[in-house]
Design a protein around this ligand. Sequence first.
Ligand code: SF4
Length: 394
Amino acid sequence: MIRIGMGRDLHRLVEGRPFLLGGVRIPTEKGELGHSDADVLAHAVTDAILGASGLADIGSLFPPSDPTWKDADSMDLLRQAFDLVRRGGWRVINLDCVVTCEQPKILNHREAIRASVAAALTMEKEAVFVKGKTNEGLDSLGKGEAVEALAVCLLENQGPDWPGIFRALETWKASTAAKTVVQSLQAKEDEPEGTDDPSVSAVALERDRDPWAVLVSTIISLRTKDEVTLAASRRVLERGSTPQALLQIPDETLEGLLFPAGFYRTKARTLKTIGTILLERYQGRVPDQMDALLALPGVGRKTANLVLAEAYDQDAICVDTHVHRICNRAGWVATKNAEETEQALRSRLPVEYWKRINYLLVLYGQRVCRPQSPHCSVCPLFGFCQRVGVQRSR
Ligand code: SF4
């Protein structure tokens, strides 16, 4: 994917301030006035790359009202912005800039400016160009009261930084900070407490990755909250730890064990039918092949993938509502439904991450990147995320 970005900035010129362009200090009588060091070219370039990547603009990333950025080195801000852009998978192909002012003349400093900006963006100096113009004596620029910079850049996205994304997710999962955020969110939103693992993964761990337990728990999880799934799975598996045992449970009792899981009566019938099929065709074993799993009633790709990954340790991508939503919001895929997301991820996501993505994103979707108003302000994936369609966030 290729995108164009544009940035513009203007600063008043006053005596007693340094005149900076792209990190190069040019001796002259007046310098740029501003909250940071006011390097007008660095600001225009920062806005151009942020705009092209769809991440933000310089004002929202480094608000002038925030004392943190008082007298900040603008080239440092550019490097920080570029780090975010780069983590979203973007690289700068080329950058073309125009600086307009009456004084100083920038021709003698042009090569130093090109080299400085190119170094900040880790690109070839030849792909950066800077032109100096005057304003023919017109307006504030022509009267020497201000300096203006325009920047246009071309960015190419080479795909998400998967190692960086998974490092951030694993760190979040492991951190006590995650638990603190979780607890404070739960307190605020009065959510029932679950485990630190998605319910099906928790059941898989408790039952030594027994395929029957994973299959039962996954079917219970459909259209059911995680904490309800976990409790119902434990109740059902306590009495029905094998297909044979489950078939011995009276229908009404099984429905009672499943309640309040969504569609608990239908799920009771489905589990009994699956148990019968497994005994008749597979000697009571859960098949370890996608086609055979999909042939079972009530088993779709999400369920089959989860059984293959959690119980049989196969390379499978389970795409549920959280994985589908987060991957699309972040701009890692652009798909209409979970099946398309699975196909897109199969072609883009390195195999080593297939089994982990569901485990990590289910939890992340429940606690940070929530369906309504995601918690972007505390999100470690912010730098990897294009926030597609996010209108409201916390
Ligand atoms: S919480 Fe916000 S920044 Fe984080 S992944 Fe979701 S949309 Fe992106």
